[in-house]
Write a protein that binds this ligand. Structure first.
Ligand SMILES: C[S@@+](CC[C@H](N)C(=O)[O-])C[C@H]1O[C@@H](n2cnc3c(N)ncnc32)[C@H](O)[C@@H]1O
Length: 249
């Protein structure tokens, strides 16, 4: 099993901070996927790179059978604790531990940019039955808000040394497989209310920061606290959420 080194080290050491600090997904974004991809009782949903189960737990109420695939043990352990009602399996997007044509939907939240995209799309096409659905979701901090832009500058978000989903033309990548109908897209908004400690967790659970030495992480935590010192105790971190989906031919 191979996962980008920084993902393995960063996510592997930060499962608890990830769970505390990362946002959920907008109700409307989940409803969009549920409706467009016919997710409900009797359906089998493979969620790739499920992490600590931020999306997974929102799929449980649909009544679908959810198989959560996650390669990093530290993330998987939190997922098992938080979402006990789903099947959790070790595996990667490029080699899904799922039989061919078995899934009604394949979903990935905040994750597809970590994969080898061509291989992962081919794997999704393999495990989906004809007509099954592919759904991709990302939350992006809303940098049009000044203090959020300053936070992004502090953590060098624009020159981060890890894959970035904005660098990939997802419609072209999906079209290139020949296996899917054209990709569709909708945008949503999400506000994450959080206190300063949770914001620090959010920053420290960022993969390339979680992989840095402890002293560097402590210094950055201090800088984040200084940045938000003038904000109210209950901070609201705004996100824009993008949802993409299509059907297997
Ligand atoms: C930013 S987290 C997203 C976790 C979760 N989906 C969520 O919404 O919070 C990215 C996840 O991708 C996983 N990952 C990285 N490379 C992967 C690969 N090649 N195959 C499957 N998962 C991978 C990491 O272990 C991590 O759990």
């Amino acid at each position: 099993m191979t996962v980008e080194d920084v993902a393995a080290r960063g996510f592997g050491s930060a499962g608890d901070a990830y769970e505390r600090g990362r946002p959920s997904y907008p109700v409307g974004a989940v409803a969009c996927l549920v409706e467009e991809l016919s997710i409900g009782p009797g359906a089998t949903v493979v969620e790739v790179a499920a992490g600590t189960g931020k999306l997974t737990r929102l799929l449980v109420p649909t009544g679908a059978r959810v198989v959560a695939v996650e390669p990093v043990a530290g993330m998987r352990q939190v997922l098992i604790d938080k979402v006990p009602d789903v099947a959790v399996v070790a595996g990667t997007a490029e080699a899904l531990p799922v039989a061919s044509a078995r899934a009604d939907a394949v979903l990935a939240a905040q994750a597809f940019h970590w994969f080898r995209v061509g291989e992962a799309l081919a794997e999704a096409a393999r495990v989906l039955r004809p007509g099954g659905g592919l759904g991709l979701v990302w939350n992006d901090r809303d940098d049009s808000v000044p203090w959020v832009a300053e936070l992004s500058a502090l953590i060098h978000w624009d020159d981060r040394p890890v894959p970035n989903h904005h660098d990939i033309d997802w419609s072209a990548a999906v079209a290139g497989t020949g296996a899917f109908a054209p990709l569709r897209r909708r945008r949503f908004r999400l506000d994450q209310p959080l206190d300063v400690d949770t914001l620090v967790d959010r920053v420290l659970s960022t993969s390339y920061i979680a992989a840095r030495p402890a002293a560097e992480q402590r210094a950055l935590a201090g800088d984040v606290r200084a940045l938000v010192a003038e904000l109210p105790d209950r901070i609201v971190l705004p996100y824009r959420t993008e949802v993409f989906w299509c059907r297997r031919r």
